[in-house]
Write a protein that binds this ligand. Structure first.
Ligand SMILES: [Zn+2]
Length: 444
């Protein structure tokens, strides 16, 4: 418990102290034969991660604690392999994302270089050309670093809301566990997973132990143009008995049923999301669910939330018992952004001694985050938002209807893709496919 608090505080201080320390001073290119070398001149030693994307071929480099406000339009980048170097939307306020657009596939190798003579810190990017030009060509400088963030391969943005924080501890367990610490820890695990996934980016409504007003939270999601808002909580009850997770679909819609009005009154009074917990014990919530969720006038973001909630429940079942086996509905206007599908995950009852113990175990919290992440991926694989990398990749996928005698390994061979890629694209757990099943065959 104590260690958790200390860790949280220190992480917060640390990120504040080293805010965007590094900067890009310039970029140069030197094509030679089958290799093109890009050199980024930096203010300090770089901390970075990178990944490659295809269709079109790109190398994406994320630089930690680096400003992306440096004007590099005068950069001299010429050659037949590198088409353009530009910024893209960074993972967070403190980092820079650089996209190297390539004319064709290239194998990247990145390494930092220490200051030497008149040169400062550098990040060297060697790109090994997959099809080097046969003869030397004269190529006009094409350059340029533009700051176009609206490329058609934008990231899917997942807003993660760690419930409570600061002077609001949320529910408190019998052994003294604060909900606010549990929610932040799970949120951070989820953030890490989302950010490691190409084409996805996380936005946190809070990243430390401080208060964020309830109505500020959806505003953060809205401002960052989030495709989804997922709010993480832990339940509590007056008795130690109740246990298990539940998933709530959040709606802006004003309920016009008697129960709906009662719900809204409850929220006004408690003004906290914890108010949702009270509804769980009420059987009438099932009726409310039927009326609002399954009603004919179900709006888009709510049906999206409902689909996603079902997936979260399915994934969470492998980690924890579920208190409710179907998504619950709540008209928690304070935590809902119109048009952004929003769900609230109650990860368990902190008031139940066994679940409090579980929630205090980091592996368990990580498992919960993984189950949410798997559900999010599975959902966006099916319906990637327009303009995202996932949408353009889906457009490239093929469909295959399984016929008698066909197996995964046979299909993998025929389409020249890995079995694991087919399984991933279709969210398959086992190795069996059934006749008539329609499979998505990825291009890569
Ligand atoms: Zn809560």
């Amino acid at each position: 418990m104590l260690r958790l608090i200390v860790t949280t505080l220190c992480l917060w201080c640390l990120t504040d102290a080293v805010w965007a320390q590094n900067q890009i001073n310039g970029v140069r290119a030197a094509p030679s034969g089958d290799k093109t070398r890009l050199v980024f001149d930096l203010g300090a030693a770089p901390e970075y991660t990178y990944f490659s994307l295809s269709n079109p071929d790109r190398l994406v480099i994320d630089l930690v604690d680096t400003r992306d406000d440096q004007d590099l339009s005068t950069a001299d980048i010429s050659g037949s392999l590198v088409r353009k170097v530009r910024y893209s939307t960074p993972k967070n306020d403190h980092s820079a994302r650089v996209v190297v657009e390539l004319a064709r596939k290239a194998t990247p190798s990145l390494f930092p270089v220490e200051p030497n003579g008149s040169f400062g810190h550098r990040l060297v990017v060697d790109l090994l050309d997959s099809e080097p030009p046969q003869s030397l060509q004269v190529v006009a400088p094409s350059v340029v670093l533009n700051t176009d963030n609206n490329s058609r391969d934008r990231d899917i943005i997942v807003a993660i809301d760690a419930g409570h924080g600061g002077k609001d501890p949320g529910s408190i367990g019998r052994a003294g566990t604060y909900e606010k610490h549990i929610t932040l820890s799970i949120a951070k695990y989820l953030e890490e997973m989302v950010n490691a996934e190409p084409g996805m980016r996380a936005v946190m409504t809070r990243s430390g132990d401080y208060s964020v007003a309830l109505n500020k939270r959806p505003e953060i999601a809205r401002k960052s143009k989030a495709d989804l808002l997922i709010s993480i909580h832990a339940d509590a009850f007056t008795a130690p008995g109740p246990r298990g997770g539940s998933v709530w679909v959040l709606s802006m819609r004003r309920a016009d049923t008697e129960l709906g009005r009662w719900l809204e009154r409850t929220e006004q009074h408690s003004e906290l999301l914890g108010g949702a917990a009270e509804v769980i014990s009420d059987n009438a919530s099932e009726r409310y669910l039927a009326e609002t969720i399954l009603g004919l006038s179900m709006d888009h973001s709510m049906s999206t939330s409902y689909d996603l909630s079902q997936k979260v429940i399915k994934e969470m079942r492998s980690v924890t018992k579920m208190h409710k086996s179907s998504p619950q509905a709540a008209s928690l206007a304070v935590l809902t952004a119109p048009d952004i599908p929003s769900i609230l995950v109650e990860t368990g009852f902190i008031s139940n001694p066994q679940e409090e113990k579980n929630l205090n175990w980091s592996t368990y919290r990580k498992r919960l985050a993984t189950s949410m992440f798997e559900a999010i991926k599975s959902y966006f694989r099916q319906v990637p938002p327009d303009g995202t990398l996932w949408a353009s990749q889906k457009a490239l996928n093929r469909q295959h209807k399984v016929r008698s005698g066909e197996s995964l390994s046979l299909l993998a061979q025929r389409y020249n893709v890995k079995i694991s890629s087919i399984k991933k694209a279709n969210n398959l757990n086992g190795d069996t496919v059934r006749i008539g099943q329609v499979l998505t065959i990825p291009r890569t």
